[in-house]
Write a protein that binds this ligand. Sequence first.
Ligand code: GLC
Length: 784
Amino acid sequence: MIKNGYGKLLDFQVNGNDIVINYEHNKVFVSIIRSTIINFFVPLFRKERNSKAVENFETTHRKFEIKAIENGLEIITEKLVVKIFDYFKTDIYDKTGNLLCQDYRGEKAPFERRFSDYDLLAAEGHKTNANSDEKIYVVKKLEEDTYFYGLGERSGHLNKKGYHYVNWNTDNPAPHGETFDRLYKSIPFLIGIKKNISFGIFFDNHFETTFDMGRDNKDYYYFSAADGNLDYYFIYGPSVKEVVENYTKLTGTTPLPQLWTLGFQQCRWSYGSEARVMEIANSFRKREIPCDTIYLDIDYMDGYRVFTWNKEKFKNPHAMIEKLKSMGFKIVTIIDPGVKVDKGYKIYDEGLENDYFAKDNQGIVYRNEVWPGDSVYPDFLNSKTRSWWAKNQKIMTDYGVSGIWNDMNEPASFKGPLPDDVMFDNDGIPVMHKEAHNIYAHFMAKATYEGLKKETGKRPFIVTRAAYAGTQKYSTVWTGDNQSTWEHLRMSIPMLMNLGLSGIGFCGTDVGGFGHDCTSELLIRWVQMGTFTPLFRNHSAMGTRDQEPWAFDEKTEEINRQYIKLRYKLLPYIYDMMWQCNKTGAPLIRPLLFNYQADAETYELNYEFLCGDNILVAPVVEQGAKVRTLYLPKGDSWVDYWTGEIHEGGQYIIKNVPLDICPIYIKGGSVLPTYEVQNYVGEKEITKLTLQVYLTDENTSSTYNHYVDDGESFKYMVGEYSNYKIKVTNGEKVEIKLKVIDNNYKDSYKNFQFVFHNLKEKEVIINGETKAVDDKGKIVIIKP
Ligand code: GLC
């Protein structure tokens, strides 16, 4: 509620999909976006909705009924019943009468903080209870059996019940721990599950916001904001999958990436000279460890001036990048927002001349300090600044750079935080830093996306550290400066799963850890897990020991090679999942509950995940572990990827995990498309798709959609792709139906190869024809 309250409900008017409710002290706007999405809006700060995340606030007419009830009104959509009462108390039910989300009727009563001299502290004006300083808050009744997820990048466990988090993009270089209530990204989107029914709350407010899932008081959960409008969406499932799909309908899905971006990526702060970069590149090729991408961190620049090169260390960047390209490497360069204060430096001069930088409250260009020393901050909330920044991408793409890594865009500042009143022109509607902060990186990503798209004509590859809800439309993310510790390997799993549930489908952590020195065992276990995360990038900090895949001993190198090769084998599967993600928002890395919500045993599994629909991964996250306990969800059987052993779902099992084994299970009856392993995407002409069919002893039936296109351009948007539907039935006989749904990608496969696992017979039926299966490999080849 808002502190000054609403008072009694006076009356309401219906206008298309919008309902205006007049209260004694306020007006509330309720919009029926879909039968499953309701928006609640109170213009406390600005008259209009001011969303930076939602670009498709659909207003086509929806079917719903509305009627007056005692002390309020009732809205009935095809899926929901929403009751709104005096004081804007709102209760939401599903159509069968399950209460999904109820406004708390009591007073907010946070716990007291304990101090030895409590009275003295209180007298001195210190905060003695847990309340945040919020202007707006909405308090919901918390019930025992509620589980919470989402909220973007968070330390701590998968289920967010009992946690309290703040959305204020923050670069805190100390080792991230469960005590951190804020990190680099702000995604004010919470998912709840109660009795197998799921719903989402998207609080679209980019001031500092807080979510409390019962830390303050076990009777309620709440979200609040320092300022701004009250603008939130209730999103109904009933499955988490549908909640995520609906949320990404509002804020956008992850675009289909270029295929090479799903390969292995190698980074370091910094590969600081051409010689070193070439040494790394040659090493990958000589050792036959696949790799597509090498990153250049800040030291490639001239004195950390963005869009420049240090020509002593990199004499001819263009020639170097051409050479790397001929070896199959793509180069991604870091770009920070901070522009060095330096008369005569083109970017600084242009920005100053054209008024592209943020200003202090006196109208003077605001300065703080980042890597280049004294620096100024582009006003990314301004479209003219964004166009300029977009054009600047050409400087990098002309050198042959293939992707851009946006860092320090919280924005970070070494000389204390930016004051609240640093001003952003925001296309003539000035906003203060406190309103601009959480969306700063979002608009930097948008500018970068538009620039790269224009200059290259390809699907832009951008990695960003800070983000807001919806940033997934422009950029992939990584989780910032983790450490080479087991604790951080563990933490990264629920962190990435919750990022995925928060719409960020393309994400990853620094594999091997950024700060601190990695060990051989930690690197192996991290590479094993990274093999199944969308962004698969090894990165480490200045001054730490080497952690390239070969940096330890031969055994470590061999295991790393084996997993990186597995990643390349699985590329068509991972690409399929990214295609799905683009259509429905379903993330590649996801908690088991995403597919097995009916099995409540999956609700708190922190250290295992699904990689798409068909692969379950339970990474080893403890040094010296010899066994790993893991849960296989109910409803399917699971095939051990390594041994072929079949396990029934709905049980915990113990798997032996020598160093080279990361537990991987394939869903019984399912199909995995695989490619021949390459050293980089495009090394080999792929003419054959291998479909690995995982059979079990039970009768199963499954379908799989495989998608293929040129893997880089936007031609798929005009239909240049092929799409195949593969149906596998394991009944009396094993029967496969391969149907071509779309066939517009001219370089699609010439052959399909089937590899059967656990096949009992000597023949299978493919598209109605009986085919003999080869004894050793059990392989059948057919033409499409
Ligand atoms: C920041 C980034 C890190 C990068 C470093 C130097 O700490 O998070 O990834 O290597 O800056 O640019």
